[in-house]
Design a binder for this molecule. Structure first.
Ligand code: DOR
Ligand code: ZN
Length: 346
C-alpha cells in the first residue's frame, strides 16, 4: 500500500536566495514546494533600507517562474549601527518587511556591516518592539577568545539575555539553533521567543563534517555540534512545541567557492528539504508532527494564517536527487543527507 502524507504547503522561515544568476537558479528549488520564505538580507551590499528591500523584492518576483506565482518572499532588513528606526517602522507599516536580521559583525557570510555595539541599535530594537517587528538573530558571538563551538551558548548569556531583559516586548527568533543550550533557553523563556531549526542541523553532527576527511559541503555557520546537540534539535523539532519551526538556512555557494583553502559556509538544502525532513521525522516516529514544524508553527509565531494549499508526500523507492544544481555562476552541490530518501513531493 502506498503511504502518503498531505500537509499544508510549507513555509521556509530562513532562506538565502542571493541575487542575479544565482537567484534565478535557486528560487524555483524553494518555490516548487514552499509558499512563503523569509529572505535573508546578507547580499553585497546588504539590504539595509526599506528602499533596498522593495527593490530586492521586485527582483525576486521578476525571477520567479510563472508556475510558482503563489510564492511570496517575506523581506527582512539587515540591522546596522546606522539603521533608522523610522525607516524600519515605515517598512513595517507598508507590509514590506516581516523581520529585521541581526548579524553580529563578522559572524558569517557578508556580515561585516553587522552590529558591534549593541547599545547603538537599542533605539531600533525599541521601535521594533513598539510596532511588532520580530528580530531574527544570528546567535553567535564573534569574540576571538570564544571557541567556535561555544559561540551560540555565549551569545545567549552575553547578548540575547540582556537584549530581552531590556526590551521584553521585542519578539525574537533565534535562528538556526544548533545546541541543546539554545533549545533549553527557548523552552524556559515563554514570552516572545521562537527558534528556527535547519534541515541540515537535524541530520549532521560535527563528526559527519570532520571524520574520515573534511567535508566542505557540510561546513555551515553555526557549525554543526556534537551528536547530543543534534538529538536535542530533533527532539525539539518533532515535539510539536509551537516555538520551534523550519528555517532551512539553505545557502547556495558555487563549488569553486566551497572547495578552496578558505571555503564558504553554507549547505544548499532547498531542493530536497521536504524529503530529508520526512525521513528525519519518520525515523523519530513523529511523522504526524511534520506539518506543525513545516507549515503551522512558523505562521503562528509570525501572526499569519497557515497556507490554504497543500502538498502531498508519497513514500516509495529511494528518490534520486541530482548531485548538483547548475547556475549561471557555476554548479551548486545539493545537500547529501548520507541516507536514502524515500519520501517525494508528488
Ligand atoms: O552557513 C551559513 N551560510 N550560515 C550563515 O549564517 C550565512 C549563510 C550564507 O549566507 O552563506
Ligand atoms: Zn542564514
Amino acid at each position: 500500500m502506498t503511504q502518503t502524507l498531505t500537509l499544508r504547503r510549507p513555509d521556509d522561515w530562513h532562506l538565502h536566495l542571493r541575487d542575479g544568476a544565482m537567484l534565478k537558479a535557486v528560487l524555483p528549488e524553494t518555490a516548487r514546494h514552499f509558499e512563503r520564505a523569509i529572505i535573508m538580507p546578507n547580499l553585497v551590499p546588504p539590504v539595509v533600507t526599506s528602499t533596498d528591500a522593495a527593490e530586492y523584492r521586485a527582483r525576486i518576483l521578476a525571477a520567479c517562474p510563472p508556475e510558482f506565482d503563489y510564492f511570496k518572499p517575506l523581506m527582512t532588513l539587515y540591522l546596522t549601527e546606522d539603521t533608522d528606526p523610522n525607516d524600519v517602522a515605515h517598512a513595517a507599516e507598508l507590509g514590506l518587511i516581516s523581520a529585521v536580521k541581526l548579524y553580529p559583525a563578522g559572524a558569517t557570510t557578508n556580515s561585516s556591516s553587522g552590529v558591534r555595539d549593541f547599545d547603538k541599535v537599542r533605539p531600533v530594537l525599541e521601535k521594533m518592539a513598539e510596532v511588532g517587528v520580530p528580530l531574527c538573530c544570528h546567535g553567535e558571538v564573534t569574540d576571538h577568545d570564544i571557541d567556535i563551538f561555544d559561540r551560540e551558548a555565549v551569545f545567549i548569556d552575553r547578548v540575547l539575555t540582556p537584549i530581552r531583559d531590556a526590551i521584553p516586548d521585542l519578539r525574537v527568533v533565534m535562528e538556526h539553533v544548533t545546541t541543546k543550550n539554545a533549545v533549553d533557553y527557548v523552552r524556559e523563556n515563554q514570552n516572545n521567543l521562537g527558534a528556527t531549526i535547519t534541515t541540515h542541523h537535524l541530520i549532521i553532527n560535527r563528526n559527519h563534517m570532520l571524520v574520515g576527511g573534511i567535508k566542505p559541503h557540510y561546513y555551515c555557520l553555526p557549525v554543526a555540534k556534537r551528536e547530543e546537540h543534534r538529538l536535542a534539535l530533533v527532539e525539539a523539532a518533532t515535539s510539536g512545541d509551537a516555538r520551534f519551526f523550519l528555517g532551512t538556512d539553505s545557502a547556495p555557494h558555487t563549488d569553486p567557492n566551497k572547495l578552496q583553502s578558505c571555503g564558504c559556509a553554507g549547505c544548499f538544502t532547498a531542493t530536497n528539504t521536504m524529503s530529508c525532513l520526512a525521513e528525519v521525522f519518520e525515523t523519530a516516529g513523529k511523522l504526524d508532527r511534520l506539518e506543525a514544524f513545516t507549515s503551522l508553527n512558523g505562521p503562528a509565531f509570525y501572526g499569519v494564517e497557515p497556507n490554504e494549499a497543500t502538498i502531498t508526500l508519497t513514500k516509495g523507492n529511494p528518490v534520486q536527487y541530482p548531485e548538483k544544481l547548475a547556475t549561471g555562476e557555476g554548479p551548486v552541490t545539493i545537500f547529501d543527507p548520507g541516507f536514502p530518501l524515500h519520501w517525494r513531493v508528488s
